[in-house]
Design a protein around this ligand. Structure first.
Ligand code: C5P
Length: 226
């Protein structure tokens, strides 16, 4: 299991200070929409100038197949190690993205978002008119068949996704509160023992690390547990 720290702090300077604090630890960094929109591709280079971390650029692409493939091509050109798209964009969109990326050298791992971890079952049903579990299974099967590398899901769906597809199909799980911290706006949260039991390959943790008094110590404590 790998730890991925979300760089979701309010400013570029605070995010870069966090990167420096975490330097040398065996973890990945996640750059999200806010930083990327504000600080641009230059921010990716700035992270690389001060560290050797692998970078997960979480832009959750969702558009028509051609537009998604064009965007994935550009993102691959940034040299990041992992990207995301929405499985609800459909199997054809996912297949076209994978086909396009296969032509790039060193293309990133691609994860498909099943259901955002902020959704409760009821909220999910209003949008997708199906149970969360059913939809996650359908989205995962489609993503697996489209050649995507893994799913973004809550820990509670990780084992089920692997059962429905393959044990080698990766899962990346946000909504982790390592030592039972506040859930904030997340609905389906779990601690490290659940993430381990459910066989999550990557855990994404933001606030419990960057809002801590000493983020490096919390990250080290998590790494020791996983
Ligand atoms: O602060 P917290 O640990 O809740 O951060 C979780 C991170 O994972 C955030 O950057 C959020 O955007 C991201 N994420 C998520 N649920 C998903 C996909 C990504 O919470 N389904």
């Amino acid at each position: 299991m790998k730890l991925c720290v979300a760089l979701d702090m309010p400013s570029r300077d605070e995010n870069l200070a966090l990167v420096k604090q975490l330097n040398g630890l065996d973890l990945w960094l996640k750059v999200g929409l806010r930083s990327f929109l504000r600080d641009g591709a230059k921010f990716i280079d700035e992270i690389r100038q001060v560290s050797d971390f692998k970078i997960f650029l979480d832009l959750k692409l969702h558009d028509i197949p051609n537009t998604m493939s064009d965007a994935a091509d550009v993102i691959a050109g940034l040299g990041v190690d992992m990207i995301t798209l929405h499985a609800s964009a459909g199997k054809r969109a996912m297949s076209e993205v994978m086909a396009r990326l296969s032509k790039c050298q060193n293309h990133p791992l691609v994860f498909a978002v099943s259901a955002l971890t902020s959704f409760s079952d009821d909220e999910f049903r209003v949008v997708y008119n199906d149970s969360l579990e059913n939809s996650v299974r359908k989205f995962s099967t489609a993503a697996y068949e489209a050649g995507v590398d893994g799913m973004v899901c809550s820990v509670f769906e990780s084992a089920m996704i692997k059962m429905a597809t393959s044990q080698d199909f990766l899962t990346l799980t946000p909504g982790i509160r390592p030592f039972g911290e506040s859930a904030n706006d997340q609905s389906r949260v779990a601690d490290l023992s659940v993430a381990k039991r459910e066989n999550s390959d990557f855990i994404v943790i933001g606030r419990p690390i960057y809002e801590a008094q000493n983020p490096r110590e919390v990250a080290k404590k998590i790494l020791a547990q996983i």
